[in-house]
Structures are given as structure tokens and as C-alpha cells.
Design a protein around this ligand. Structure first.
Ligand SMILES: *[C@@H]1O[C@H](CO)[C@@H](O)[C@H](O)[C@H]1NC(C)=O
Length: 369
């Protein structure tokens, strides 16, 4: 474990507060499986409680599909060995949970009449086909969870109301141009653990999106993809095979706060690349092949967390992290990791860390062979 506070990877429901020390809150991390309780909490938060309050039993339309549990407009059909989406789902359902079944296909009329659906959970099934008209009734759907299935592509005609799409761990190799073009309110896409190469992201694949959060970790990327949504706050590309950061790679993402590039093959970061992301708070470059501290860190006024552990850095210069003038840095670092590098730590000047909040924020440790 790192000694300083590790900011856990949290998704989507991020509350930014500029000026304060870097912090964020959210509901999920990736080690955790999907939790319907969290979703219910979020529905309550987002909708002021009104949407899933007690419902007059007289108003309850329809029954409850066999094997499912229905209460307060939540229909739970998880882990029921279902081979298909059940029929007769009450039309006022707000949350439909079908995770952990054996569903292989979403058919045209599976969600017919579900005009009130807010969240649809299809995680952990065997879905490889989605009828192109299947989502058309879902005019109010905001959250679609499709992770751990066998989809070969992002489904077509996603509801325009969608805010969050998680489609992690599928078989997606291509994202064609215009896939997300009608989705102007989308905030967050989790697309990790798919066999995606850079060539599989067509030009215009992300056109039309104004995303805060994008994750394409555990894929087959060899470079930072081009033309991602411009107002991204968080970009996570860990566990790919990215070789370098080139000058233009980050040039479109002025609002970027967090950049995750751990566990790649990065040897080289072109001088000036980081100047394009002046608002960066946190960068993860651990487990790469860097032989020096990236250039430009002293000019990053807001940067607080830099992971550089498990690289091939043999020297750290006195001006690698901190600016030379006073007042240049608006927030001090509160996490720098350098362990597991071939550095002679006793040769690093203490003044190197003059813009770090306290000594515990630096993690050295020994180089492991
Ligand atoms: C690590 O850096 C040294 C030079 O500082 C270089 O000779 C060596 O090949 C590098 N190792 C790797 C694995 O890149």
C-alpha cells in the first residue's frame, strides 16, 4: 500500500470542487461488483426522493414476473437462470435488474412499454446480440450497465437520455463513427477490457459526446486515441500497450483533471505534452519504462498526485517537480511515488520536494530487482 491517501478509482458521479485539495466522491470502484443498493441510493439522490417513494398499491400496474421481486418500482430478477428478459415487467418500473442470468440476446420487444425506466442492469449475462430497436421505448433511461457480456459492438440506437454507459469486459473491437452521436447528455463511458486497438476506434467514434469520464483500460491500445471528447475530466487508459505520449496527444483536453496511464510501455513523453493539460490534478505513470521524471511538472500549478513508481528512473533532479519561483504553484503535491526505480535515494536533494505538503507524501522505498 502507498502511505499517502490513494484516491480510489471512482466513477462518474464525481463532485468537483475547484480550489480545495484534490478529492472526489463517488459510488463505485472497479474492484467491486455492481451493487444495486448503491444505485438505489443514487436514484434517490438524483431524483430528490420523489421517484421511488412509496407508491399507492392501487396504482401498481401489472404483476411481477415469475421469479422476480417487485417493490417500489424496482424489479429484481438477478441470478435466476433466466435465458431471456421476462415478459410482463410492470410498465412503471424505474430500475430493472437482470444481472447474473444466462440471457444471450435482447429482442425487439423485450423492453416494450418501459417508458419510465431509469436504470437497466444487464451485467454478467451472455448477451451477444441486441435488436437495433430494442431500446427505442426507453426514453428516460439514464444508466445502462452492460459489462461482462459478449457484445461484439456498442449497441445501436442507445436512448438519447443516457448519462452513463458501462460496457466493460465484452468483445468490442470496433467503435464505428457516430456510435454516440445522438447522446448529448452522456457523462460517462466505461469501455475497458475490450479487445480494442487504436485502429478499432474510427475517426468520429466519439463525435457528439460531452463526456466527463472515459475509461478504456485493459485494451490493446498502443497510443493515446485521437479525438476523444474535448471536455474530458478523467481519462483512464491503464493496462494498455501505449509506447509514448506525443506532443499533440493531449492537446485537446484542457479540462483534464485525472489521467491514468499506469501499466503501459511508455518510454518517452515528448517535451511540452503536459503543457496542454494545465488543470491536471493527478497523473498515474507507474509501471512504465520511463528513464526520467517527465518534463514540465514544475509548471503544473494544480498537480497534486504523481505516480512514477516501477519505472526505470535513475536520477531525480532538484527542479524536476517544483518551480523555482514562489507562488508559481497553487496547490502543493500530496502524493509522489518513486519506489521501485533504480534511484540512489540518498543522492536526491531534500529541496527537490520543497513544494510537497509534507514528507509522508513522498514514497521512495527500495528498488526491487
Ligand atoms: C534503464 O535505463 C538504462 C539507462 O539509464 C538503460 O541502459 C536500460 O536499458 C534501461 N532498461 C530498460 C528495461 O529500459
Amino acid at each position: 500500500m502507498l502511505p499517502f491517501t490513494v484516491i480510489t478509482l471512482l466513477l462518474c458521479s464525481v463532485h468537483w470542487s475547484t480550489g480545495l485539495p484534490f478529492e472526489q466522491r463517488g459510488f463505485w470502484d472497479f474492484g467491486k461488483e455492481f451493487d444495486v443498493q448503491d444505485l438505489l441510493m443514487m436514484m434517490r439522490d438524483e431524483e430528490d426522493g420523489s421517484a421511488i417513494g412509496p407508491v399507492d398499491p392501487e396504482e401498481l400496474p401489472g404483476g411481477c414476473p415469475f421469479g422476480c421481486q417487485c417493490s417500489m418500482r424496482v424489479v429484481q430478477c438477478s441470478d435466476q437462470n433466466l435465458y431471456a428478459v421476462p415478459q410482463d415487467i410492470p410498465t412503471d418500473t424505474r430500475l430493472l435488474d437482470l444481472q447474473g442470468n444466462k440471457i444471450t440476446e435482447i429482442r425487439e420487444n423485450d423492453f416494450k412499454g418501459l417508458y419510465s425506466l431509469y436504470a437497466l442492469v444487464l451485467v454478467n449475462n451472455r448477451i451477444s446480440r441486441v435488436h437495433p430497436r430494442a431500446f427505442l421505448p426507453l426514453g428516460r433511461l439514464q444508466k445502462l450497465y452492460f459489462s461482462h457480456n459478449q457484445l461484439p459492438s456498442v449497441p445501436k440506437n442507445l436512448p438519447a437520455s443516457l448519462v452513463e454507459l458501462r460496457i466493460h469486459d465484452n468483445l468490442i473491437k470496433r467503435v464505428v463513427a457516430g456510435t454516440f452521436s445522438a447522446l448529448g447528455t452522456m457523462n460517462c463511458i466505461e469501455l475497458g477490457r475490450n479487445p480494442l486497438q487504436n485502429s478499432g476506434l474510427e475517426p468520429g467514434a466519439f463525435a457528439g459526446l460531452k463526456l466527463n469520464f472515459l475509461r478504456i483500460s485493459e485494451a490493446k491500445l498502443t497510443g493515446i486515441p485521437k479525438d476523444l471528447p474535448e471536455n474530458l475530466r478523467e481519462l483512464h487508459l491503464d493496462q494498455n500497450q501505449i509506447q509514448a505520449i506525443e506532443l499533440v496527444d493531449l492537446s485537446q483536453y484542457r479540462d483534464l483533471y485525472r489521467l491514468g496511464l499506469s501499466h503501459n510501455h511508455i518510454r518517452h513523453i515528448e517535451h511540452g505534452s503536459l503543457a496542454y493539460v494545465p488543470n491536471l490534478r493527478e497523473i498515474h505513470l507507474d509501471n512504465n519504462r520511463l528513464s526520467k521524471v517527465p518534463a514540465g511538472l514544475p509548471h503544473m500549478k494544480y498537480l497534486q498526485v504523481v505516480y512514477l513508481h516501477s519505472n526505470n528512473i535513475s536520477e531525480v533532479g532538484i527542479n524536476d517537480f517544483c518551480p523555482t519561483g514562489f507562488g508559481m504553484k497553487k496547490t502543493f503535491y500530496n502524493g509522489i511515488s518513486l519506489f521501485d526505480n533504480p534511484i540512489n535515494y540518498w543522492e536526491v536533494q531534500p529541496a527537490t520536494f520543497r513544494c510537497v505538503s509534507d514528507r509522508n507524501a513522498i514514497h521512495f522505498g527500495n528498488h526491487k530487482k
